[in-house]
Design a protein around this ligand. Structure first.
Ligand code: SAH
Length: 355
């Protein structure tokens, strides 16, 4: 049987595990502090843990420590893109961005993705596997160690559909926001979904203070179905009702992500339809000029069309911003660095909620 990862246990679970190994409960807190507070890369760093206990832990659990395969740094804005190898050799990517109000990391939640969005590189080869809580956390830990700077914001907007990996995502959030770990505030965590309605409802009921970002990308069912297969399962009506429910349950404003594709969803009419669709909701719209993916034929909207789209939404009383693209010069984003590394091809941009 595969060993459990010691870094995926909550403190309470770790106490139970230590009990099982015949160790004293205070050892759990010590271990936890090494793993999630001091970000130890292995047992050898843990100076106050007895050697025999380290051996026992090593025999009983695996210790996640991602290997950095590649780091690219943007000469324009200092954004860094990391490619990490997991213990089974799979690759994931994460992006580190520096903002005036703190550092933000965009992490992956799965290797590959099975959602099939037409413009997205992460999904081209389907889903390989879910990431564990420890593997999600370790992207942030590795980046903190590499940059030597504290991370204050985390966005789950890299490769993968986080709500397709629900249990692991929730454990990850618990560990990330835990006061004995990095203690990142829930309000500084954003989870982006393509819109799996039942999982969004389930998440609403957790009553977390995280931000939910919904990848909308179209304002009619017909258009959305052309871009995102998930739209065949849930209508916009269901989706918008679900967003209202999320706000009702959590008091958190929804972020809508809307990638602008030239002549597909970027016209004045599209903006008006979008405004009508979301009017009255407590929300914010992030407009992102689509990043062309080599394997797909989508073309980025002209700057003028992007600005006109934003202006029209604002005129309709809808809070909208154009997302600043970070790391443009380093193949900034989700799913593409991994592909490029694997087949030596090309890339995108990773986005956060805060441009
Ligand atoms: N599966 C989640 C999170 C990962 S993708 C989701 O769908 O939200 C993060 C965001 O990047 C999503 O809004 C996604 O639609 C968008 N995206 C993916 N590829 C893109 C591209 N080539 N150009 C612009 N945005 C893209």
């Amino acid at each position: 049987m595969e060993k459990m990862e010691i870094k995926s246990f909550t403190l309470a679970q770790l106490r139970e595990e230590m009990g099982r190994l015949g160790e004293k409960p205070f050892r759990a807190a010590q271990l936890y502090e090494w793993m999630h507070g001091k970000l130890a890369r292995g047992y050898e760093e843990m100076s106050n843990i007895p050697a025999a206990m380290k051996v026992k832990c090593g025999e009983s659990y695996s210790y996640t420590a991602l290997k950095t395969v590649q780091v690219q740094e943007s000469a324009v804005d200092g954004t860094k893109k990391f490619l990490f190898a997991l213990s089974d050799g799979n690759l994931v990517e994460s992006v580190w961005m520096r903002y005036r109000h703190g550092n933000s990391v965009c992490i992956s939640s799965q290797v590959g993705c099975r959602m099939g969005c037409r413009f997205c590189a992460s999904t081209l080869d389907g889903l390989v596997r879910n990431l564990t809580p420890a593997e999600m956390l370790d992207q942030i830990y590795a980046i903190t160690l590499e940059t030597g700077e504290r991370v204050s914001n985390v966005v789950v907007m890299g490769s993968g559909e986080p709500l397709d990996n629900y249990e692991n995502l929730l454990r990850f959030i618990t560990l990330l926001t835990d006061e004995n770990g990095l203690h990142i505030s829930q309000r500084n965590v954003t989870v982006s979904t393509c819109g799996i309605v039942p999982e969004m409802r389930r998440l609403a009921q957790e009553k977390l203070q995280i931000t939910l970002a919904l990848s909308l990308h179209a304002a009619t069912d017909e258009k959305r179905r052309q871009l995102m297969p998930i739209a065949n399962q849930y209508t916009l009506k269901e989706l918008i009702a679900c967003c209202a429910y999320y706000f009702e349950q959590t008091g958190r404003r929804i972020t809508f992500e809307y990638s602008l594709v030239r002549d597909v969803n970027d016209t004045k009419r599209d903006a008006q339809t979008l405004a009508a669709l979301i009017r009255g909701l407590n929300c914010h719209v992030n407009l992102i000029p689509v990043n062309p993916v080599r394997e797909r034929a989508f073309v980025q909207s002209k700057q003028r069309a992007v600005e006109a789209f934003a202006a029209l939404l604002q005129k309709e009383g809808i809070n909208a911003t154009i997302r600043r693209e970070m790391g443009r010069d380093i193949d900034g984003a989700c799913g593409q660095l991994r592909r490029r590394y694997m087949d030596n091809s090309s890339a995108v941009i990773c986005k956060t909620d805060e441009s």
